[in-house]
Design a protein around this ligand. Structure first.
Ligand SMILES: [Zn+2]
Length: 340
């Protein structure tokens, strides 16, 4: 009985411990650049409630979200979220041809969209077997739109071009064929070569984050292409696969090219808010502390915290995003935030 009681106290203590993580950096606002809140208004109100709870209990200021869905409702989403969620035009089936036309790029920026989300992940996740289509992001069919984006200053927001490819023996469930994975990644490089003025923020670090040599290739990509950036969405659960010192060194050296993101979906029910606070807290603990953390935003693989310096955190959490997404400085200023 006594053992049972101690055990349940330990469980309760560890749960309370997570939700009560208090940041050392209450003064740094955070922008989640990779979210799928969509135009689910209850979900948006739940986000506002989550934000309020994290601010009072964890001293964490989740200032803004960039929504990669629900483009038809851009103005309503901004209004319902009290100016805290802004939206991108988007395309989740570019394998069947891009939905948006070249002439829409500058007009979309004028309407307040902050980027063009293109989900070009493995075509097998979209196309049925035997169905013809555009397999890779690097395809002549996309050129007119990419050229118009480059000209208009429309960033490629959280462009998804591959799936996570783990090391031999632990490839993971997403990318079992490394040859196909590298075809997708090298295609991204060719697009960057053809469009030096196009800002591309690759989703999930372009998935060059699951092996140490992939991180070296990411160093090469960021060094070679000055308009190339990466978001951290959904990568935290793979940090255990790579060398801790290597990952930390990479995040510090390229901190002006990395933006914070989670891949959060819509928070459909109020009861889900505490679990989402815990998931957000885990990502902040990984970046800010040297503690062992029981998983990322997704997954439960323990990972040692990276204890990043404050100036690095500032860039990753909000400064880079403010620089990259058109109109974000104004939106943040309206909420009372300033870049410096
Ligand atoms: Zn996503």
């Amino acid at each position: 009985m006594k053992i049972k009681l101690i055990f349940s106290c330990l469980i309760m203590f560890s749960m309370v411990g997570y939700s009560q993580f208090v940041t050392q950096y209450p003064d740094i606002p955070r922008i989640d650049v990779h979210t799928h809140t969509n135009n689910n208004y209850q979900g948006i109100r739940n986000y506002l409630a989550l934000r309020k709870a994290m601010l009072s209990d964890n001293k964490i200021d989740l200032a803004m979200l960039i929504n990669l869905n629900g483009e038809q409702a851009i103005d309503t989403i901004l209004e319902v979220s009290q100016g805290r969620i802004t939206t991108c035009i988007n395309d989740y089936e570019p394998q069947r041809g891009l939905a948006h036309k070249p002439e829409e790029m500058s007009s979309s920026l004028g309407k307040g969209y902050v980027g063009y989300k293109i989900w070009h992940g493995p075509s097998s996740r979209v196309l049925k077997e035997g169905e013809g289509g555009i397999k890779y992001f690097d395809n002549p069919a996309h050129e007119p739109v990419l050229t118009a984006m480059e000209k208009a200053g429309m960033p490629g927001a959280s462009i998804h071009i591959a799936d996570p490819n783990g090391p031999f023996g632990n490839r993971g469930k997403w990318a079992t064929d490394p040859v196909e994975y590298w075809r997708q990644v090298i295609g991204l490089e060719r697009v960057l070569q053809r469009h030096p003025g196009l800002v591309i923020i690759a989703a999930h670090c372009a998935w060059l984050i699951c092996q140490d040599a992939q991180i070296d290739f990411l160093r090469y990509m960021l060094s070679a292409y000055p308009n190339f950036y990466v978001d951290l969405a959904a990568t935290f659960q793979y940090f255990y696969l790579v060398d801790h010192a290597n990952l930390r060194d990479f995040l510090i050296e390229y901190s002006d090219r990395i933006v914070y993101g989670t891949d959060i979906g819509s928070i459909r029910r109020q009861e889900e808010i505490p679990a989402y606070i815990e998931r957000y807290s885990r990502t902040f603990r990984i970046l800010e502390t040297d503690q062992m953390v029981e998983g990322g935003f997704f997954g439960m693989n323990p990972v040692k915290g990276l204890n990043l310096p404050k100036d690095v955190l500032e860039r990753i959490y909000y400064k880079n995003a403010m620089k990259l997404y058109p109109g974000l400085v104004d939106k943040m200023n309206k909420l009372g935030y300033f870049q410096d």
